[in-house]
Structures are given as structure tokens and as C-alpha cells.
Design a protein around this ligand. Structure first.
Ligand code: NIG
Ligand code: FE
Length: 411
């Protein structure tokens, strides 16, 4: 099956295959071609260029894209979309004045979701997560990372990871799985935290690896959750089993977790709402991708990741949703991109780079996603007629998407 898009108003984020990520000043540059064509064969992009260079109109499907801007689909490198039920009563508790940490200390938060998850079957979880996957695909997401972390026991963590595998087997979207057994301490381990860390390292990680259920390992490194020593121990145990580290870090406090992430050669360090001066220094000269989650900041009314400062100091940055029932009940990457511009003062070019090419890097998907590149998956967002690229983050409440293509098929 060959599809030709012609007369494309603007084809955005065109790249050589050699580009893995963009950082610092490079993030300001978003290469585009005006009046372009694009060829998709089966699942892949095979050619693109300026209309003046189009010679061959032969295709099974020829689409006149006059007025349409085309972007690569969003790469959402941080989500928790497998969960049971919702936590809207905690949302109301926060409106009335409680903080996220106070709600968690009362047994709400992650433990609340863990209880609901324990009572749900794989099939129920799959059906709920399917609805969310279908929603985010319609919103333009073409690749997504999904974490476990509401199981908090060997059995329930495996159940979550099995659901992620079912999603992978069902949907065309690229899915990467992350084992996040170290999301919170189950209440029975409150007074014996090391025993839970041992359970993760000695039982859960080997089993997850044996069943080949995860690509990455993640830890919530935070006061009241996993300290830096426990974080390092868990990430290292994961590495022994070829699980690549990622961490939740610096969400509420800077406690040295970024240093641990860099030392353990994490693929990404995520959240970063609270950054000390030394945290910036540690990230420089590393290959770690910092990931900001602005809709989490929005929803919890906590600080935004200091994106401007990070990029101005030469760092790269990726943007992701953090879709989860507690801190971000939304998987809308369009909102993330707008919020990054509005609240974090990223330019539209920087935000689009962060949500595509750098998001792909943060999932180890640089070879297949994140840009319009020959050989990459044909994951595309076809926009309605928009006046300019800047209009995408500007019109933050409008649905500007006309069609989404995932691996060569319109959804
Ligand atoms: O990334 N911070 C830790 N984990 C999630 C929230 C989990 C929850 O509240 O259910 C996050 O924000
Ligand atoms: Fe998260």
C-alpha cells in the first residue's frame, strides 16, 4: 500500500536519520518544508520533499493535502495509563486545601489506586486502559511509555505488565513498558521498608525480566517514598537484568536523585519541578534526557520544571503527559505542548521538538519515531487548516487535528 500526500501546506520536523535528540540552542530549530509531498509505503515513511521535486504521482492512495500541516505524531515518554477507577474525590480534597502529600499520608494517593487495582481483573484493566489508549491516539500520540506501579506486589505488578503486553498486542501504537514496583511502600512494609526493597530486587525484577515484560525500570525517588540509596540499589538490580533505568525525581524535593540517575546511566530523569543549582550541572555532559510533565504541575498546582533555564544552559528537554489517576488525569499531548509554551516559556519550536524527537529518545525509539525521516514509522498528525505552527500551542483549547495516521493507517 502506497500513499502520497501532495500539496501539503507545511511538513514539519523533517530530519536526517542521524539525529537522536536536540538540546540547548538546537531546540529552537524545527525544520519544515512548505508546499511539500510525503510518501508512505505500508508502515513507513519512504520519501518526502518539496512539491517542485515530486515526479512520481503513482500511488494506491493520493491525498490532496492543500491547507493541511503535517507533523510527526507525539511521543509520550511517561504515562501510567493502566489503572483501575479514578481518584476524583482526592481532587476535591485538594480543592478544599489538602496537598498531594497530605492525601498520600492519609492512605490515599498511590495506595488508593493499588487497592482498586488489586480488586480488578486483567480484562477489566485492559478495557479501561484501551479506552485511554484510543483516546490518546485520536489526540495525536503515536508512541507511548506505560508504567506498572499500582500493583506493589509480585502478583499485581505482573498483572499490570501483562495488561501492557495485551495493549501492545492489540494496538498499532508503539508501546514501551516500564516496571515501577518502587512507586510507593505498601502499608504492610511501612515499618520495614528494606524488606520491600529486597522483594523488588530479589523477586520482582528477576521475574519481570524472566517473563520479558518490561523495557525499563523506574523508581519514585522522593521524601516519604524511595531514598537515594534505595533508588540506586533498585536501578542497579534492574540493570543486571537489562532493564534500562528511568526515574521519577525532584517532583517535590531535590534529594540527590538526579545524581543517582546520571550515575546509573538512566535514559531519562522525569518531573524536575524542584531543581537545585547542582542538579543542572550534573545533567550537563550526560546522555540523560530530562523530561518535564507540565500537566502534572498544572493539575497539582506545583511549580513547573524550569525549562527555560535548562534549555538556555544547553540541556535537552522532553515533554510527556504523566497520564495517571492522581496527579494528571489527562493524556493530552496538545495540552502539554501548549502549557509548556504558556507556563514554561518554551517557544512552539522547542515544545514541538521536546514532544517529538526528544520524547522518542526518552523511550529508546529514536530509530522509528519522532520525526519525518525516511524509514521511520508513518505516525502522522494531519492538522486542519491552521494559519501557522504557532497556532498549535496558541489555540490551547481547540481540537486542531483533522486525522491521525499510525504505522501507515488512519485511525
Ligand atoms: O508521576 N509521582 C509519582 N507518581 C505519579 C503519580 C501517581 C499517583 O498519584 O497515582 C506521578 O505524578
Ligand atoms: Fe509519573
Amino acid at each position: 500500500m502506497k500513499t502520497l500526500f501532495f500539496n501539503i501546506k507545511e511538513l514539519v520536523q523533517i530530519r536526517d536519520s542521524s539525529i537522536m535528540k536536540v538540546q540547548g540552542q538546537e531546540m529552537k530549530i524545527l525544520p519544515t518544508i512548505k508546499n511539500a509531498f510525503l510518501v508512505v509505503e505500508n508502515e513507513r515513511i519512504t520519501d518526502f520533499g518539496s512539491m517542485s521535486n515530486l515526479q512520481d504521482f503513482n500511488a494506491d492512495q493520493v491525498i490532496d493535502s492543500r491547507g493541511h500541516t503535517i507533523l510527526p505524531a507525539w511521543c509520550d515518554s511517561h504515562t501510567h495509563i493502566v489503572y483501575a477507577g479514578n481518584r476524583e474525590s482526592e481532587f476535591v480534597d485538594r480543592i478544599k486545601g489538602l496537598s498531594y502529600e497530605e492525601i498520600a499520608a492519609r492512605g490515599g494517593g498511590i495506595l488508593n489506586s493499588a487497592k482498586k487495582l488489586e480488586e480488578s481483573s486483567e480484562q477489566e484493566l485492559f478495557e479501561q486502559a484501551s479506552q485511554r489508549i484510543r483516546e490518546v491516539m485520536r489526540l495525536g500520540t503515536g508512541a507511548i511509555e506505560i508504567k506498572s506501579g499500582y500493583g506493589l506486589s509480585l502478583e499485581s505488578e505482573i498483572k499490570m505488565l501483562n495488561v501492557i503486553k495485551m495493549l501492545k498486542d492489540t494496538y498499532a501504537i508503539n508501546i514501551k513498558a516500564t516496571f515501577l514496583g518502587a512507586h510507593a511502600f505498601p502499608s504492610q512494609y511501612r515499618n520495614n521498608k528494606e524488606a520491600y526493597v529486597d522483594l523488588i530486587c530479589e523477586k520482582m525484577i528477576p521475574e519481570v525480566a524472566k517473563q520479558n515484560l518490561a523495557d525499563f525500570i523506574d523508581v519514585f525517588c522522593e521524601i516519604g517514598y524511595f531514598d537515594i540509596h534505595q533508588t540506586e540499589k533498585i536501578l542497579k538490580a534492574g540493570k543486571v537484568h537489562e532493564l534500562i533505568p528511568k526515574i521519577h525525581v525532584n517532583q517535590f524535593n531535590s534529594i540527590g536523585g538526579i545524581d543517582v540517575g546520571v550515575k546509573c546511566e538512566a535514559l531519562s530523569v522525569d518531573h524536575l519541578e524542584v531543581m537545585k543549582k547542582e542538579d543542572f550541572e550534573i545533567l550537563k555532559d550526560s546522555d540523560v534526557m530530562p523530561v518535564a510533565l507540565p500537566s502534572c504541575s498544572y493539575f497539582l498546582s506545583i511549580p513547573y520544571t524550569p525549562a527555560r533555564k535548562m534549555i538556555d544552559q544547553g540541556l535537552p528537554l522532553a515533554l510527556a503527559t504523566d497520564f495517571n489517576p492522581g496527579s494528571t488525569p489527562s493524556g493530552n499531548m496538545n495540552f502539554v505542548v501548549s502549557t509548556a509554551c504558556i507556563k514554561m516559556k518554551m517557544t512552539p519550536e522547542e515544545a514541538i521538538n521536546a514532544a517529538t524527537i526528544n520524547g522518542a529518545y526518552a523511550m529508546g525509539l529514536s530509530d522509528s519515531c519522532g520525526s519525518i525521516t525516511r524509514g521511520k514509522d508513518a505516525n502522522l498528525i494531519v492538522y486542519k487548516d491552521i494559519p501557522s505552527l504557532n497556532f498549535i500551542p496558541y489555540a490551547f483549547g481547540s481540537n486542531l487535528i483533522d486525522k491521525v495516521m499510525i504505522k501507515g493507517s488512519f485511525i
